[in-house]
Design a protein around this ligand. Structure first.
Ligand SMILES: Nc1ncnc2c1ncn2[C@@H]1O[C@H](COP(=O)(O)OP(=O)(O)OP(=O)(O)O)[C@@H](O)[C@H]1O
Ligand SMILES: [Mg+2]
Length: 259
């Protein structure tokens, strides 16, 4: 089954057409990289999958069901910056989502349930390489550490779909390479479908199973009321990458802690 099904989706803001008639099937466990010029509607597209925006026309299905009208725990998101809460520690950030979800369902968690959650949070923090930083605040972390924290925070909710909006765009090249390895490993080990916006083609081809380009083919000011961005390239990575399986093209893994 296709995890995300985008059917004839248009998005307009006022009299401006942003996205024009997009149709796209994203397979379960795919890793899609979305590239395209600034302002072509990449973030708008992610926000529609997240449920923060509604298509003007058309529809988006998740596992065959219409998207709930609001963002939910089945969809996690990591932004370029500021995905984490500055007033909470690393541990507090990672626990917050499950705590709020638990509070909604059953009241506060006590005793064994809380300890289990704390153990899970510690394992997740270790999985993204932040063991030992549990009590630090985001401002005390480097940019790369903050993005790893944002990944841990999103993954704690076990999302079916992870949405990434230029998550590594602000990082130095060396740190980016490390976090790419981490991202690959997480995608291999955590059952999720990922859609990532990036400006960096190399990053797109390093991580994705499929690279999709959005572009406005007609962009004169008077055309913006009728034409939006469309899918102009749709490239499947060769050799195919399959979640949970490494190919000989992937760099060997170092000794990393299991998730
Ligand atoms: N809430 C909104 N109200 C009105 N117009 C909007 C809104 N959100 C986005 N837009 C417009 O939609 C277009 C696409 O914006 P979007 O942020 O999706 O682009 P993008 O591809 O993510 O760009 P970038 O690469 O710079 O992040 C822009 O022209 C923007 O001004
Ligand atoms: Mg954007």
């Amino acid at each position: 089954m296709s995890a995300i099904s985008v059917e004839n989706v248009w998005k307009e803001y006022g009299d401006q057409v942003v996205l024009e008639n997009l149709s796209l099937q994203i397979a379960d466990r795919a890793f899609v990289a979305l590239v395209g010029p600034s302002g072509c509607g990449k973030t708008t597209f992610l926000r529609m999958i997240l449920g923060q925006e509604r298509p003007t026309r058309g529809r988006i299905l998740l596992d065959g069901q219409p998207l709930p009208p609001e963002p939910g725990p089945d969809r996690g998101v990591v932004y370029q910056r500021y995905s984490v809460f500055p007033h909470l520690t690393v541990g507090g950030n990672v626990m917050l989502g499950p705590e709020l979800r638990g509070a909604r369902l059953t009241g506060r968690r006590f005793g064994a349930a809380r300890r289990r959650l704390a153990d899970e949070a510690r394992a997740m923090i270790a999985a993204v390489g932040l063991a030992g930083s549990e009590d630090k605040y985001p401002a005390q972390l480097s940019g790369g550490m903050q993005q790893r924290l944002a990944l841990a925070q999103a993954l704690m909710m076990r999302p079916r779909v992870l949405l990434l909006d230029e998550p590594f765009g602000a990082l130095d090249p060396g740190i980016r390479a490390d976090i790419h390895q981490l991202m690959k490993r997480l995608w291999n080990e955590v059952p999720m479908t990922a859609v990532m916006v990036t400006h960096d083609l190399r990053e797109a081809f390093t991580l994705a199973t499929r690279v999709i380009a959005l572009e406005r083919l007609r962009d004169r000011p008077e055309e913006r009321e009728r034409y939006g961005a469309r899918i102009t390239r749709d490239i499947s990575i060769w050799p195919p990458r399959v979640a949970g399986q490494r190919t000989s093209f992937d760099p060997p893994e170092g000794a990393e802690p299991p998730l």
